[in-house]
Design a protein around this ligand. Structure first.
Ligand SMILES: NC(=O)c1ccc[n+]([C@@H]2O[C@H](COP(=O)([O-])OP(=O)(O)OC[C@H]3O[C@@H](n4cnc5c(N)ncnc54)[C@H](O)[C@@H]3O)[C@@H](O)[C@H]2O)c1
Length: 343
């Protein structure tokens, strides 16, 4: 086994948001790779308890990163590493709930950094968002040097704010921070929902024989990254010293048109209902997303390995295995702003 896969052995690790789409996959990996204890702090505001891996070395604490009592409780366990993934997710949700977005993603991240600094944790890995923080006028492929002040949703602003607080704690308190900028994660463990990403929602509609709603022309592109590759990047971020103080993209490095994605999912599921075009959302100002992974490759040896076709099959298999639980948990309440809903 490679060194970076062994680093968690015997360690106590805190994962905030560990019941979520990416967190649940990270928790499973850490648990199976031999962590002494993986503490999950998640308030289940956008997740379900059954998604937390049922392993003997995983301790689930239901609570908020804003709650001092819960923070004391989890830090009392003495985590050496913190993976901070809890967040209000994502763009549309933040338009509908801007104050909660600032509380959770801003103040919540500040509290996590304060507790981590006081506890002198060996590493604090922050889940940043490459899809968010580069704005819409950056040259492609997106590289880490580019900085934009023209962000189009509260979520994009607060994901950037989290990075700025990480930098502050790194400089002022020598907290060993790492900022991993994810791009369009997808895969097993991600529920469909009003505020969720396009892939779980497409799979959900396709499995019900409904047309897939495309917000825009379908020519828009995204850099879809299999969750297993993101988890691999996070494990590397937790191990390699070259990552300390750095920010880097975790992406697939490949661009996919939304229309091609929809057709791929319809073909894999066997859905004959095709697609429907619905108006673009005003905040959705990015027509193309493609990230460079050169910096992550250089610093931590990151290499995205999962082709989209293969990753989609894994996600669809997870949907089939958990269909009843997924349909019971899928949340498609009417949004305050415009949201895509299929009757
Ligand atoms: N999924 C993506 O494509 C993507 C892309 C870029 C960045 N990210 C970032 O990665 C992280 C994980 O994303 P995800 O896709 O797994 O989202 P997710 O919504 O599935 O996970 C976030 C988790 O945080 C929990 N949570 C929310 N508020 C909380 C609070 N106050 N206290 C404790 N827990 C709370 C939710 O219940 C959920 O389980 C987030 O920080 C997100 O901003 C995700």
């Amino acid at each position: 086994m490679e060194d970076y896969l062994q680093f968690c052995q015997g360690k106590t690790i805190l994962v905030t948001g560990g019941a979520g789409a990416i967190g649940s996959n990270l928790v499973r990996a850490l648990g199976e790779l031999g962590a002494r204890l993986v503490i999950v702090l998640d308030d289940l505001s956008s997740a379900v308890r059954w998604n937390v891996p049922d392993l003997p070395n995983v301790l689930f604490v239901e609570g908020s990163i804003l709650d001092e009592v819960e923070l004391k409780r989890v830090f009392f366990e003495g985590p050496e590493l913190v993976f901070h993934l809890a967040a209000l997710f994502a763009n549309q949700n933040s338009l509908d709930h801007p104050e909660t977005d600032l509380l959770v993603n801003g103040l919540g991240t500040l509290k996590m950094l304060q507790y981590s600094a006081l506890a002198r944790v060996k590493r604090f890995v922050y889940a940043s968002s490459g899809c968010s923080i580069y704005g819409s006028s950056a040259p492609l492929p997106l590289t880490e040097e580019f900085v934009s002040l023209h962000l189009s949703t509260p979520y994009q602003i607060t994901k950037m704010l989290g990075e700025l607080y990480c930098n502050f704690f790194h400089h002022q308190y020598d907290l060993p921070v790492v900022k991993a900028r994810f791009f369009n994660s997808y895969g097993p463990g991600e529920l469909p929902g009003q505020y969720r990403n396009v892939i779980p929602n497409f799979i959900y509609w396709a499995m019900q024989g409904k047309p897939l709603p495309i917000t825009g022309t379908g020519e828009e592109t995204r850099d879809f990254t299999y969750v297993g590759d993101i988890v691999d990047g996070l494990l590397r971020a937790g191990y390699f010293d070259a990552a300390l103080g750095q920010e880097f993209n975790l992406a697939s490095g490949k661009e996919t048109r939304i229309i091609d994605l929809a057709e791929m999912i319809n073909a894999q599921v066997g859905n004959k209902a095709g697609v429907v075009f619905v108006p673009k959302r005003k905040w959705d100002t990015k027509s193309r997303l493609l990230a460079s992974v050169d910096r992550a490759r250089k610093l931590i040896g990151y290499e995205p390995r999962t082709p989209l076709e293969k990753g989609l099959l894994q996600a669809i298999a997870w949907f089939k295995e958990n269909w009843e639980r997924i349909t019971a948990a899928a949340r498609f309440e009417p949004g305050v702003s415009s949201a895509v809903r299929l009757k």
